[in-house]
Design a protein around this ligand. Structure first.
Ligand code: SF4
Length: 231
């Protein structure tokens, strides 16, 4: 699966100057309970809260290797005092399987952000808007929990999928070019939407298809649809 590679390169160029890099180590954070509710009175602040810029995206590649590190641009959790802008990027190296198999797995991998949350946090995510707001508990801040811990937790979850070979997680707080990140995230979402269209056996007619713009941009998409209808 190399259809997202161009967008991953664009993301890497956008986040090249990080403030901290945390190599993976065994996570100290446990899973939050199943019915995880964090009330406002227990919340120190919300990442991406108060209508601040907020972008969350995930992309996979079978020919790019990542270093299992957590990268941070901006302030770490225990130094943040109030709701702030927030970005979260997950890049995954996956095994080189067929596009249709990879597509099925991408859908499962996208569910990780809804299914798993570490204790001391509460996630509110929307696939439609590519937003992911995270409430951070007062106790979490008092314990000086870092993005390093959150990243380790996520990396372990992703590596538990046999298909996933390596991971890179990037957290962004405060000032950043969220507009450019949002544009790339929308293209990633559109690419997944086009794959959905292709594997739904929908007619191969680019001239009447509303996904033409993204398929014109992503190398290999039209070829994939052509191959799929010929099967
Ligand atoms: S390849 Fe053409 S028909 Fe298929 S999803 Fe893309 S634009 Fe639509």
């Amino acid at each position: 699966m190399i259809l997202y590679d161009g967008f991953i390169k664009d993301i890497e160029a956008l986040v090249h100057a990080c403030d901290s890099v945390f190599p993976y180590s065994e996570p100290a954070l446990k899973d939050a309970p199943k019915s995880n509710i964090m009330l406002l009175k227990d919340t120190a602040f919300e990442l991406g809260g108060s209508s601040q810029p907020n972008v969350s995206t995930l992309a996979v590649s079978s020919d790019m290797h990542f270093d299992n590190c957590t990268y941070l641009i901006g302030q770490d959790l225990y130094t943040i005092k109030r709701d702030c802008a927030f970005g979260k990027i997950v890049l995954l190296e996956i095994a080189d399987v067929s596009e249709d198999e990879a597509f099925e797995k991408i859908k499962e991998l996208e569910l990780v952000r809804y299914k798993y949350c570490p204790e001391g946090f509460m996630t509110r995510a929307s696939a439609l808007s590519m937003r992911e707001q995270i409430r951070v508990g007062k106790k979490t801040v008092n314990k000086k929990i870092s993005f390093k811990e959150y990243g380790n937790f996520l990396i372990k979850k992703y590596l538990s999928f046999p298909l996933v070979k390596s991971v890179k997680v990037v957290f962004i707080t405060g000032d950043f070019d969220y507009t450019s990140l949002s544009v790339i995230s929308e293209k990633i979402k559109s690419t997944t939407g086009a794959l959905n269209h292709i594997f739904d056996n929908i007619l191969f007619d680019c001239n009447s298809c509303n996904l033409k713009e993204i398929c014109d941009e992503v190398e290999g998409m039209k070829e994939l649809h052509r191959k799929t209808v010929q099967k």
